[in-house]
Design a protein around this ligand. Structure first.
Ligand SMILES: C[S@@+](CC[C@H](N)C(=O)[O-])C[C@H]1O[C@@H](n2cnc3c(N)ncnc32)[C@H](O)[C@@H]1O
Length: 350
């Protein structure tokens, strides 16, 4: 069945109200605009996405459902999306912890479901991780900082999907316009930037992989050895998305400052949108919906042949007006030197 996107009103509001992300049960899990294709033409940036035809401002280009997602919101905080997300991947909506229908598991407090139906439907996914969480989460959380625990848990949930895929292989691994594969092999083919990562960081990850992710004591069902696990850890580090409630990628920035969330509420791996490269003058803006799907629209007119690009971080922070700050951030967090047209222009390199 083909999906015809309805015209979307794009609103840039300054609001002091919490942003409630829209729940859209009828929205498809994957959508790629028919004019989008993958290209490997750029030597520095690798694979990217380009349009065959002119794209008007506001056009819906991609919708991507998470392959894996974990909630990262601090329990008890009062910001929007401060409750955990439903542990059934297909649902992934914020769970109202005060509701009588909420279900939880004893492994860790973040594992909850909206109701008994979601718990039953998400059982196989959770069974993969439950013993791991019960056995290791406490010691991991004592040993390393919280964001690193969430990164490890995202890897475990990614392996859970791989495990489900192996036991029941998908009938088709290509997407709506044939060019976007959508299975575990996509993750294996992602860039890991292993050579660019700080050696100390990689050494620390190797030790975590040995102690918590590989071997029988890890309690995880998979066939990866330590080197393969380390590569996966780098791939997840480089390619995962932090989910924020706000729209990311609006540029030029609106004159009025826009309310920003203080922290992200989930870490996610997608299968198609990791192929969107970064630009500090992005052509797309993105925002998750209330079920964890990431939705991308054209932020301006995009002529045929131009690469689609997104902002990997929130350009609205004033310090990122400075090209040195932006490049330093991308080098630290994503291990690459930005060669987008704006950085090349502002650093006098073109
Ligand atoms: C999320 S991946 C994007 C897909 C990637 N091009 C690939 O072939 O797998 C991010 C990686 O793409 C490259 N990249 C993306 N945007 C870039 C940019 N503006 N400048 C230089 N490299 C970029 C970097 O290697 C970065 O680590």
């Amino acid at each position: 069945m083909s999906y015809i996107p309805s015209p979307t009103a794009l609103v840039f509001t300054k609001t002091s109200q919490p942003i409630i992300l829209s729940l859209e049960p009828d929205r498809p899990n994957f959508y790629v605009h028919p004019d989008v294709y993958l290209t490997t033409d750029d030597e520095l940036k690798g694979t990217g996405t380009v349009s065959k035809a002119d794209v008007q401002k506001g056009t819906l280009l991609f919708i991507d459902k998470p392959y894996s997602i974990i909630p990262t919101a601090a329990p008890g905080s009062t910001t929007p999306y401060s409750h955990p997300l439903c542990s059934r991947l297909q649902c992934s909506q914020e769970v109202d912890l005060s509701s009588a229908s909420t279900k939880s598991c004893h492994c860790i407090t973040e594992v909850v479901w909206c109701n008994a139906e979601c718990q039953a439907l998400g059982k196989a996914e959770h069974d993969f991780e439950c013993s791991w969480l019960k056995t290791h989460s406490k010691s991991i959380r004592q040993e390393i900082i919280e964001p690193d625990f969430f990164s490890l848990w995202l890897i475990v949930r990614t392996l859970a999907q791989r495990d489900m895929e192996l036991s029941s292989p998908p009938t088709s691994t290509t997407g709506p316009n044939g060019t976007f594969p959508c299975d575990w092999n996509v993750i294996r083919g992602l860039r890991s930037n292993e050579d660019e990562l700080q050696p100390l960081k990689v050494q620390g990850w190797r030790s975590l992989a040995e102690r918590y992710l590989v071997g029988e004591h890890s309690m995880l069902r998979h066939s990866l050895n330590v080197d393969e696990m380390l590569t996966l850890m780098c791939q997840v580090e480089i390619n995962h998305y932090d989910l924020w409630t706000q729209l990311i990628g609006v540029y030029p920035l609106p004159a009025e400052p826009v309310e920003r969330a203080e922290s992200c509420f989930a870490y996610t791996m997608y299968l198609r949108t990791p192929f969107l490269n970064h630009s500090c003058d992005p052509s797309l803006m993105h925002q998750p919906d209330g079920n964890g799907r990431m939705v991308f629209h054209a932020t301006r007119f995009i002529p045929a042949g131009e690469e689609f690009s997104i902002a990997y971080f929130d350009l609205a922070e004033p310090k990122y007006a400075d090209v040195k700050e932006r490049r330093a951030y991308l080098e630290d967090e994503f291990c690459f030197t930005c060669v987008c047209p704006r950085c090349l222009h502002e650093s006098g390199e073109n």
